[in-house]
Every structure is written in structure tokens, then in C-alpha cells.
Design a protein around this ligand. Structure first.
Ligand code: SF4
Ligand code: MSK
Length: 655
């Protein structure tokens, strides 16, 4: 189908040809997708877009007039600052809770595994288990792996509701960083505690000082990045293996016309890992063959896809905006979902085909879907039942309707911190040396989602391309990773796209200039890596020549990530405007004031060229601070329109 032409509308919605073909197909078949629904929602509420609406109590809902002519206070008296700050705090709590509850699910299954109460799981990385256990004070010498695991599970459970002063993994942050957190009163204490306190503070009549509210919002984010997400990542590595570089493939071309296709969508590897194992069960493969298929093809979507790709090299069909389009291929027998980023609409789209939507989490049911409750205590049995259900759908496939556009693109994943340091010989020294010599000028984490308000993947790809061209190493997670995979940025040969310094380093190590670090929760790996670099140099994280970017973010989780990344000392550029512009004071705090508190700020810049220029200047400034050779950005390779003024939310970041 690669020769199929696409129309102008679909080209304006996504830069990916497979997506364009399917968007056209959806329209031809009268199937509504996310882009149609976004159009139906226009105009979207301006008060909400500015963060100026509040429905926190039944005296409201209230809104503040941004033009100063209408009401400037809600019924309770809350002004724009209070309302915007409360809304942002609640958003961060929702995102942080999502990651942390995912981490809790893994932690509980890990505890069950340790006690011998699961099927389908084992401790895959015992070395990492013992290392983490030792780190948090669990005795490891002379003890069985199960004994160590039980104690580790107990210690980490405590982090959810601890009455200690700080979370276990905050000890990984440089001392200077922890001092800044203490000074600002934002050291995260218990994961659940910070989230509950955020909801408490934003109840009517509690925290009515926007600075105080936003500082706690940072603490709530830190409880995610150095708590829930980090627990999720570390224990997933222990249970499913610490990723090492692995080749895989990406885009809708990973589907097979002659096999039972199962797409795993959501976030938690507890489910996807056992489904991958079940799909290789000879009895189930034989069952698939008995209904006319050649085999069973498991593919990923969104972050559960990243989890499978990182550890097993399982191909990934796409990122966030592909979840409806993959159904429209007509080639899926089942989409198996757990939670987060799963559009309710998939049930309606699947009804147009033979595809089963199988929900699995009792906390994430979808009306109209087939629910098969997932229980780690019977993981292998549940996985078998799910795969069997998918196979049974195959005879209902209308082969004449199947349309799989394009060929898959090769991509490399598997860059855990252990793998990155391993490639460097076990220490950060070669990376630090390369940065000091200027062959690598710095590093940027490009993370986050797709958002239908932007052409799919365009911002991710344009920003990343400009960064690597300028010798800036890029680390990617989540949907940003999938976007870069589709664009061909994530194979060793892509080093040809990089500037001369970065290219030489990548060629010497045989790695791409864009490293796949994992799923959304795996942004915690980036925290571990920057902490290791800072410790090696004897500096704080905010002194490193690094930055963050979320060019196409949409989710509350992305806001929580932004909060902990900035609170950890990494200035972060958002490509989509957050709903804070109704309060100039809140904007000033986020864009300027945080510099004096955590040494980093938020920036909003939707133009990837301008975002790249800002980041480049930021990195050069940080290099200068470390006494490293400074290169005036104007002498670096700059595209024509890079010199235009940036649209930023704070004067401090104006170049
Ligand atoms: Fe209105 Fe205040 Fe209630 Fe919000 S908390 S809905 S601003 S009265
Ligand atoms: S899946 S949070 S759309 S990255 Fe993690 Fe992608 Fe964003 Fe979901």
C-alpha cells in the first residue's frame, strides 16, 4: 500500500505516511478519530485554556475574566493566581498519582513474586535486586534472593506512606540538590502523602498562597520522579530484565497479514511481559495455525510497547495518536489494554471490525470491551486466556478489508543507565570527557506524548534533528521515542545526521545519536543518569549542560514529569502551552522565579527551531559555568529562521 496517495488534510495532521493513509481510510469509511473530535470541540473554552476556571466546590463553577472587565474573584474570593496554581497542582497530583500507582502495582506483584505467590514471573536481574537492596539498607550477604526481595518490597512499600523525612531513592540525588530541596521545603516524604496533601491544599479554603501551592506541586512531582516512577522502573528491571541495546522495528508495517495480530496498549509491563511469553507457547501457536494463521504476532503501542521493545525487542506499531489508526488496518485480532493514555473511543472504532478490545485492569474498565481481569497471582493463566481469545477472533477477520500501509522502520532501543554506562566502560568518564572536549556539547531529554493540536511527530522530529546536528546527544522516552524511531533517528547509521563531534562518538560506540531510554516512568532513568554525571563532576544537576523538552505533551503525567525534571534542576521546554497564562504571577514564577529555588525553569516554545536555539544557548551557558569551552551559538550551524525572536513565557529565557 506504500504507493497509496494521501490527501492534504491527512498530511497536515501527521508527518507519518502510515498514519496519513489510515486517516484517509477512516474518513472514507466514516469512522471518527481523535482529529474529528478535536474539530468538533472548537472553539475550546478560553477560560480553561488559561487555567482561569474553577469547579472545586459547589459555590462555583467560577471563572476569572482575563481582560479585567468581568469577575476577578471566584465566589469564595479566590483570584487568578490561586485558581491557576490550584489547577496546576491538581494536574501534577493526577499525573504523579498515575505513575506512582503503576509503580505500586509492580511493587505489589514483586512482593507476591518474592513470596512465591505468582505465576509467570521470576527475578531476572538478581544483581540489580541485590544492588538496590543494599542501597536502601537491606542486608544482602548470605541471604537468598527471596529473602532479600521480601525485605526490599517492604522498604519500598514504606515509601508510599512513609513517616521518614524523605523517600529512599532521593539519596541518589547529589547532596547539593537535596540541600536545595530542604531549603525550599520540597523534599518528597511519602508518595501517597504528597499527592493527598496536594488535593487537601487545593480544597476550597486551604492553601491560598500561589507560591506555597506551587512549591508543594514540585514536591508532589518529586515524589513521582524519585519515588513512584523510579520504583516502577527499578523493579521492572529486576523482574523483566535491565534493558540492553536491542534492534527492533516500528510503524504499522509491523503488523502481519497472515498472523494473529495482538496489540498491547497501555503502560504496565506486568501484563505485556506475560502476553509475550504466552504468544510463544507452542500449544497456542498450534491453535493459531489451526484457525488458518501462520503464527501469533505481538506488537506494542505507546509505553507498554516501549517496555516490550526495550527488554524483548518486540516491534512497536506506533505512539499515542496511532491507537485508533492501528484498528483501522482491519488486521488486529485484539487490542489488549491496561491503563493510561487509552482513548475510550477505541471501543467504538473496534466495533467497525472484528477486533476485540480486551481490558485487563479492574481499575480501568471500558464499557463495551471484553474484560479479563488481570491478577499477578495467576498471570500466566490470564495471559493464556487473553491470547486464546485473540486467536478465536482470527476466523472473523475480513481479509479483503485489511490494509497495512508501508514497511516497518528499523530502530534500536535498550539504553538503560546500566547499558549507557556499560557502553562507556562502566563509568561516566568517557561521556564527561567528550562533553569537556566539546565533541558532545550537552544532552537533552526529549520526552512525552503526541497531541492532535500539532501535526503528529513533527515537533519531536524537528527538535531532535536540530539538536543532534549541533552535537547534542538526545535521550528519548515515551511517544517521543516512537516518533524518533519512525523517523529513522534511532539506528547507528543515523549518526550520519549528527554534527561531526557527536557523529564520531556514536560511530566509535556503534550507537545512534538518539538513545531510547524507555517508557514514561523511565524518565526516572534520566534522573539517575544526571545524578551520576553530577556526582562524578562534584556539581549539582543544575550546573550540567543538559535540558528537557516535551514538544507534544498532552497528559497530566507529562506535567508531573516536567515538575520533577525542573525541580531536579533541569530547565524544560514545553511545546504545548500549559493552562497557566491566566496568571502572570504564576507564569513569572515558573519561567523566572524557580531559577532561584531549584536552578531551573519552564519555557514554552512551540516552534522547534526556536526551541532548539534556546536549548543550544542554554547548554552553552551551562558549559561556560563549568569552565568548559564556550561556542557562541551563532557560530554553530543555525537554520535560516533560527534568528527570529523566541516566544517564551519568561524574560529570563530570552536570548
Ligand atoms: Fe468558585 Fe472558589 Fe468554589 Fe473554586 S473553590 S468553584 S473559585 S467558590
Ligand atoms: S504513552 S503519557 S502519550 S508519552 Fe506513556 Fe505516550 Fe504520553 Fe501516554
Amino acid at each position: 500500500m506504500s504507493g497509496t496517495s494521501t490527501n492534504g488534510r491527512s498530511k497536515s495532521l501527521s508527518i507519518n505516511r502510515d498514519a496519513q493513509v489510515m486517516i484517509d481510510q477512516a474518513r472514507a469509511e466514516g469512522i471518527a478519530t481523535v482529529w474529528d473530535r478535536l474539530a468538533d470541540q472548537q472553539p475550546q473554552c478560553g477560560y480553561c485554556a488559561l487555567g482561569l476556571s474553577c469547579r472545586n466546590c459547589a459555590m462555583g463553577p467560577c471563572r476569572i475574566d482575563p481582560f479585567g472587565e468581568g469577575p476577578q474573584r471566584g465566589v469564595c474570593g479566590a483570584d487568578a493566581d490561586v485558581i491557576v496554581a490550584r489547577n496546576l497542582g491538581r494536574t501534577i497530583a493526577a499525573g504523579s498519582s498515575s505513575h506512582s500507582d503503576h509503580g505500586r502495582d509492580i511493587l505489589e506483584a514483586f512482593g507476591q513474586l518474592a513470596r512465591g505467590e505468582t505465576t509467570g514471573y521470576r527475578i531476572v536481574d538478581e544483581e540489580k535486586l541485590r544492588r538496590i537492596a543494599g542501597e536502601v539498607g537491606v542486608t544482602t550477604d548470605g541471604r537468598t534472593v527471596e529473602e532479600v526481595a521480601i525485605d526490599l518490597a517492604d522498604v519500598l512499600q514504606e515509601d508510599y506512606g512513609t513517616r521518614r523525612g524523605s523517600l529512599s531513592f532521593t539519596a541518589r540525588a547529589p547532596g547539593a540538590r537535596r540541600d536545595k530541596w530542604e531549603a525550599a521545603g520540597i523534599t518528597p516524604r511519602g508518595i501517597d502523602r504528597e499527592n493527598v496533601e496536594m488535593l487537601h491544599r487545593t480544597h476550597m479554603g486551604v492553601d491560598n498562597d500561589y507560591v506555597n501551592t506551587l512549591l508543594h506541586a514540585l514536591r508532589t512531582g518529586l515524589s513521582d520522579g524519585w519515588g513512584g516512577s523510579m520504583i516502577a522502573t527499578e523493579l521492572s528491571d529486576v523482574m523483566f530484565g535491565t534493558p540492553t541495546p536491542v534492534m527492533s522495528e516500528v510503524n504499522l508495517g509491523v503488523l502481519k497479514t497472515d498472523q494473529v495480530n495482538i496489540a498491547m496498549h497501555g503502560h504496565n509491563p506486568l501484563l505485556s511481559d506475560v502476553i509475550c511469553a504466552a504468544a510463544q507457547d507452542p500449544d497456542l501457536v498450534e491453535l493459531a495455525q489451526s484457525v488458518g494463521a501462520k503464527g501469533i504476532n505481538v506488537v506494542g503501542l505507546c509505553c507498554t510497547g516501549n517496555e516490550m521493545l526495550m527488554r524483548r525487542g518486540v516491534p512497536i506499531a506506533g505512539n499515542h495518536l496511532m491507537q485508533e489508526l492501528v484498528l483501522i488496518t482491519g488486521a488486529l485480532e485484539a487490542m489488549v489494554v491496561d491503563y493510561q493514555c487509552i482513548m475510550p473511543s477505541i471501543v467504538d472504532v473496534a466495533k467497525c471490525y472484528h477486533t476485540k478490545i480486551i481490558s485487563t485492569s479492574d481499575k480501568a474498565k471500558f464499557t463495551g470491551a471484553t474484560h479479563i481481569s488481570f491478577d499477578p497471582g495467576h498471570a500466566a493463566e490470564v495471559a493464556e486466556r487473553i491470547v486464546r481469545t485473540a486467536i478465536e477472533a482470527y476466523p472473523d477477520r475480513n481479509h479483503g478489508r485489511v490494509r497495512i500501509p508501508g514497511q516497518p522502520v528499523k530502530m534500536m532501543g535498550g539504553f538503560s543507565v546500566e547499558a549507557i554506562l556499560g557502553a562507556l566502560g562502566g563509568t561516566p568518564k568517557p561521556l564527561v570527557d567528550a562533553i569537556a572536549a566539546g565533541s558532545i556539547r550537552g544532552a537533552v531529554a526529549v520526552v512525552g506524548c503526541n497531541n492532535p493540536k500539532l501535526p503528529q511527530d513533527l515537533e519531536h522530529i524537528e527538535l531532535t534533528r536540530r539538536l543532534i546536528e549541533n552535537d547534542i546527544l538526545v535521550l528519548v522516552t515515551g511517544c517521543a521515542a516512537v516518533a524518533n524511531g519512525k523517523s529513522g533517528h534511532m539506528v547507528p547509521e543515523a549518526s550520519a545526521m549528527a554534527g561531526p563531534g557527536l557523529r564520531a562518538v556514536c560511530e566509535a560506540l556503534g550507537i545512534p545519536p538518539v538513545l531510547h531510554v524507555g517508557s514514561c516512568v523511565d524518565n526516572s532513568r534520566i534522573m539517575v543518569l544526571v545524578a551520576a554525571l553530577a556526582d562524578y563532576l562534584g556539581v549539582d544537576i543544575d550546573q550540567l549542560p543538559v535540558a528537557g523538552a516535551a514538544p507534544e505533551w498532552y497528559s497530566e503525567k507529562a506535567v508531573a514529569i516536567g515538575a520533577y525534571v525542573v525541580a531536579s534542576g533541569i530547565t524544560t521546554v514545553l511545546g504545548v502551552q500549559p493552562p497557566v497564562f491566566g496568571s502572570p504571577h504564576v507564569v513569572d514564577l515558573l519561567a523566572n522565579g524557580l531559577e532561584g529555588v531549584v536552578g531551573a525553569t519552564f519555557v514554552v516554545e512551540p516552534d522547534p527551531a526556536k526551541a532548539a536555539l534556546f536549548i543550544r544557548r542554554h547548554i552553552e551557558t551551562k558549559r561556560q559555568g563549568l569552565g568548559l569551552p564556550f561556542v557562541e551559538p551563532d557560530t554553530m550551524r543555525i537554520d535560516d529562521n533560527d534568528s527570529a525572536p523566541m516566544v517564551l513565557i519568561g524574560a529570563a529565557v530570552e536570548g
